[in-house]
Design a protein around this ligand. Structure first.
Ligand SMILES: [Zn+2]
Length: 499
C-alpha cells in the first residue's frame, strides 16, 4: 500500500465568496483526506485561490482596490469559511504568491525549449468567465455553453502549445488507465472530445497588467489556465518529489477539458508523471437550476452556518447527493435529515447510552460478560458494514458509505429496544446489563469512527467522551472490544439540538 496520498481541489475563483457548489467540492476532498489519514497514510491536501483571472482584476477595480489588496481580502474570507466548515487542508496555494510564480516561470521556460511550442496568430471566441477559447461549433446559439454569456472575438499573436499532437497519447493513456478519469460518464465525454479532434491552444496572452510574465516576452502573460493548473505542482513546494503524482484531482465537471486534456499533455511534455486519478463531481442545483455566481442564484455556506452546525451541512450534502452526479439542494431536505437522522437516529442514541452509563454505572465503562446470540449477530453485522463502507469510501461513493453506516445506526437503536436495559436494571440483572451497555458503547465508538470523515466536529466530541485516543484509526471501526472497562466516560449534552 502506498504510504503517501496527495489530493487537490480546483483553486477558487475569488471574484465572489464561495457558494455551496464549490464548498461541496472542498468538503468532498476533505472527507477523502480524513479517511486516508485514518488509514495511516501521510496525506497532503491542497486547496487555494486562482487569482490571475480578468474577472478578479475587474472586481478589484470596481472596489477601488489593487488586485493584490482585493485578493488578500477574499482569501481571508475563504480561509475563514473553510475553517468553519472543518476543512483540514495542508496548504492554501495562492497563484499570486512569489513561490507559485517562480514555478510557473520555470516550467514555461522548460516548455519553450521543447518543440511543442511555437509562435502563431490566434483568432477565435473567448469566454471571460471560463477564461477559455471556443470554436464556433462549440458555442450554443453563439453563447458560451457553460455561462450562457457572449464570448469575445480575440485576435492576437502569441505562443501556441501543440495540443493536437496529443490525441493518440491521451486516448491510449485513458484506455490503459481506466481509473484515470472518473466517473465513467466524464471519461466518455473526454473520449468524445478527443475523437472530434484537438486544436492547438495559445498559452500566452497579451498582458492586462495582472498575470505571470511569459518568459522571453515583454508584454505577454501566461494563459491563466496554464498558470492555474501548475498550482498542483507549486503547492507542494519541497514536498513535490515525495508526493507527485497526485492521487486525486477533485474537480467540477465543467473543467474536465482543462484537467483531462490540457494538463496531462503539458505534464507529458515536461516529462512529469500524470496524476493517477481525476475525479469529477456534479453540480448542485437549487430548484433544478445550476448554482453559479454568474447566474446569481447563490446559496452561501456563510448564511447556512448561521442556522446549522457545519456537520449538518457536510452530512446533508453527501448523504443526499451521490458525489459525481448532479443533485438538488433544498432547505427542507437539510432540515429533515438534520432532525431525523443526525438528531434522532444518531444524536439521541449517543445521548441515551451515555445517560444510562451514568445512571447504572456511575459513568464507568462496564465489563461485558458472555455474549448472547444477539450480540454475536451484531458483531458480524457491524463487520460487514465496516467492510462495505471501506470500499465505498475508497471510490468516492460517499452517499453509499453513509447509507451503510445508517443501517448500523438503525440496528443499534433496535438492539437497545430489544434488550431493554431499563428492565435489566429493574430486575437487577447486572451481568446482562453490563454486556448490553458495553456493546452499545462499542457501537457508538465504531459508528463515530465511520462518521468522522463526514461530521468531524461532533464525532471528535463523542470519541473524546469515550476516551478514544486522538490518533483515529479506521481499522478500529471494524474491531470489537476496544473500550477498556473500568474507565470513566464523559456525559455531554445532546449532540444536535432539534430545529
Ligand atoms: Zn464561459
Amino acid at each position: 500500500m502506498e504510504k503517501r496520498f496527495y489530493i487537490t481541489t480546483a483553486i477558487a475563483y475569488i471574484n465572489s465568496p464561495p457558494h455551496i457548489g464549490f464548498a461541496y467540492e472542498v468538503i468532498g476532498a476533505d472527507i477523502m483526506a480524513r479517511f486516508q489519514k485514518m488509514q495511516g497514510k501521510e496525506v497532503f491536501f491542497l486547496t487555494g485561490s486562482d487569482e490571475h483571472s480578468f474577472n478578479v482584476y475587474k472586481k478589484a477595480q470596481e472596489a477601488g482596490l489593487t488586485p493584490h489588496e482585493y485578493c488578500d481580502k477574499m482569501v481571508e474570507r475563504y480561509k475563514r469559511i473553510w475553517q468553519l466548515l472543518g476543512i483540514d487542508y495542508d496548504r492554501f496555494i495562492r497563484t499570486s504568491s512569489e513561490k507559485h510564480k517562480k514555478v510557473v516561470y520555470q516550467l514555461m521556460d522548460k516548455l519553450l525549449q521543447t518543440d511543442f511550442v511555437y509562435r502563431g496568430k490566434y483568432s477565435g471566441w473567448y469566454c471571460i468567465s471560463c477564461e477559455g477559447f471556443y470554436r464556433e461549433k462549440e458555442l450554443k446559439d453563439g453563447l458560451c455553453p457553460i455561462h450562457g454569456r457572449e464570448p469575445e472575438w480575440v485576435e492576437e499573436e502569441n505562443y501556441f502549445f501543440a495540443l493536437s499532437r496529443f490525441e493518440d497519447f491521451l486516448k491510449s493513456h485513458i484506455k490503459d488507465h481506466p481509473e484515470f478519469i472518473q466517473p465513467e460518464e466524464r471519461r466518455n465525454e473526454v473520449l468524445g472530445i478527443l475523437n472530434s479532434g484537438l486544436q492547438d491552444i495559445s498559452i500566452s496572452r497579451r498582458g492586462k497588467g495582472w498575470g505571470i510574465p511569459f518568459p522571453g516576452t515583454k508584454e505577454e502573460i501566461v494563459y491563466v489556465w496554464v498558470d492555474a493548473l501548475i498550482n498542483y505542482i507549486s503547492g507542494l513546494g519541497d514536498n513535490f518529489p515525495d508526493f507527485w503524482p497526485a492521487d486525486f484531482h477533485v474537480i467540477g465537471k465543467d473543467i474536465i477539458r482543462f484537467h483531462c486534456i490540457i494538463w496531462p499533455a503539458l505534464l507529458k511534455t515536461l516529462q512529469l508523471p500524470l496524476p493517477r486519478r481525476i475525479f469529477s463531481h456534479g453540480f448542485i442545483n437549487l430548484k433544478g437550476e445550476k448554482i453559479s455566481s454568474t447566474r446569481g442564484n447563490i446559496l452561501q455556506p456563510e448564511e447556512l452556518l448561521k442556522e446549522y452546525p457545519a456537520d449538518a451541512l457536510r452530512f446533508y450534502l453527501f448523504r443526499e447527493i451521490p458525489f459525481g452526479q448532479d443533485g438538488d439542494f433544498s432547505l427542507e431536505g437539510l432540515k429533515e435529515r438534520y432532525n431525523q437522522e443526525l438528531a434522532n437516529d444518531w444524536g439521541n442514541f449517543v445521548r441515551r447510552i451515555e445517560v444510562m452509563t451514568d445512571k447504572y454505572f456511575a459513568s464507568t465503562i462496564p465489563s461485558p460478560s458472555k455474549l448472547s446470540p444477539l450480540e454475536q449477530e451484531l458483531t458480524s453485522f457491524s463487520k460487514e458494514i465496516w467492510r462495505n463502507a471501506s470500499s465505498y469510501m475508497e471510490e468516492f461513493h460517499f452517499s453509499l458509505a453513509l447509507q451503510e453506516t445508517w443501517k448500523l445506526i438503525k440496528r443499534a437503536n433496535q438492539y437497545i429496544e430489544e434488550s431493554s436495559p431499563w428492565n435489566l436494571h429493574k430486575t437487577n440483572d447486572k451481568e446482562r446489563l453490563s454486556t448490553v451497555i458495553y456493546t452499545a458503547l462499542e457501537l457508538i465508538r465504531k459508528i463515530a469512527l465511520l462518521l468522522f470523515p463526514f461530521i468531524p466536529f461532533s464525532c471528535a466530541r463523542v470519541l473524546e467522551d469515550l476516551g478514544v485516543k486522538k490518533q483515529l484509526n479506521w481499522q478500529e471501526a471494524g474491531e470489537w472490544n476496544k473500550l477498556p472497562p473500568g474507565k470513566k466516560i464523559t456525559l455531554s449534552p445532546p449532540l444536535f439540538a432539534k430545529k
